[in-house]
Design a protein around this ligand. Structure first.
Ligand code: 13P
Ligand code: SF4
Length: 303
């Protein structure tokens, strides 16, 4: 089927079903182009909570779709490919978190939104890369804080807030591929460029950055900055979005190897099938959902 034909069918079905398409910034360009809203984890969670659509087609990875379902249980929440997961989120489960909690009784648990609903149900407050420091800073001083699962986002929050955190050894295998040498090489070719990186990068990469931002933070900085050139240390399709929205500015991926294979599983065809066949529905069992919702609501309200 021709691309234009697929897009027309998606548009028609969207109206018929009163559906909204939420798209994460790491999606391929043609999926970005059909999104009603394009954003980072925090922005898309807020959209999911606020929309009056009956159906949400979420082009992102599983934890994002699950979070939308936690926030909007009365809606049909669909993921176009059920295999689109997040290996960092899979590095911790509820059992492992309960063991960490047992070793630190009384500690407040902060979970990065890149985690399962079961982990969120064991959590006091969730955060995203856009508000992790604010979430940690909102916890009364003197409290022990467990931070799961991303050790690098956690270390960045320690640096930003001065608070001590009990870290868990999770990480994003995609961002971990970005090396200081990649940044240094790009800096040599583009000495005037602003270096912006995602806080999932390792501390030695973060050390070399001018700005450490969530994906929507990068979008806002690029639009507002007087600078013309940017080195982008995150998933390569972030550059697709930045180039499209800022055609007069130049964006260079810090490395072409920073590709999240799970984000790339969503295609235009799968979005169409999702709307046609009402699949794949993501729903969180009520008992887990109610517990997880408190932590997610607190996240959405912060920052
Ligand atoms: P953002 O919330 O910054 O878009 O990041 C999500 C993510 O999974 C980064 O790898
Ligand atoms: Fe998960 Fe990393 Fe992909 Fe983000 S980039 S969805 S953290 S694997």
């Amino acid at each position: 089927m021709k691309k234009q034909h697929i897009i027309e069918k998606i548009e028609k079905l969207k109206k018929k079903r009163n559906a909204v398409i939420l798209v994460h910034n790491y999606q391929i360009g043609e999926v970005q182009a059909i999104g009603d809203f394009l954003g980072d984890s925090l922005g898309l969670s807020r959209k999911a909570a606020a929309t009056d659509a009956d159906v949400i087609v979420f082009c992102g990875v599983h934890f994002m779709v699950e979070t939308a379902s936690i926030l909007a249980p009365e809606k049909t929440v669909l993921i176009p490919d059920p295999e689109a997961g997040c290996p960092m989120a899979d590095m911790i489960d509820a059992d492992r978190l309960r063991k960490v909690k047992a070793a630190h009784p009384g500690a407040v648990v902060v979970a990065y939104v890149n985690s399962s609903a079961e982990v969120k149900a064991e959590t006091d407050i969730c955060c995203t890369s856009a508000n992790a420091a604010e979430v940690v800073a909102s916890i009364p001083p003197g409290k022990d804080i467990i931070f799961v699962p991303d050790q690098y986002l956690g270390s960045f929050v320690v640096r930003k807030t001065g608070r001590q955190l009990i870290l868990y050894p999770g990480y994003c295998p995609v961002h971990r591929k970005l090396l200081p040498e990649d940044i240094l090489r790009q800096k040599e070719s583009h000495p005037d460029a602003v270096v912006m990186v995602h806080p999932e990068c390792t501390p030695d990469v973060i050390e070399l950055a001018d700005e450490v931002l969530s994906t929507s933070g990068m979008e806002r900085l690029a639009a507002a900055s007087k600078k013309e050139e940017f080195i982008v240390g995150t998933e390569v399709d972030m550059v697709t979005r930045l180039r499209r929205d800022n055609p007069s500015k130049s964006f260079y991926p810090a490395s072409d190897r920073i590709v999240c294979p799970n984000m790339k599983k969503i295609t235009l065809e799968k979005v169409l099938w999702s709307l046609e066949e009402n699949k794949f529905e993501v729903r969180v069992p009520d008992e887990i959902r109610k517990k997880a919702k408190r932590a997610v609501d607190a996240m959405v309200a912060t920052g």
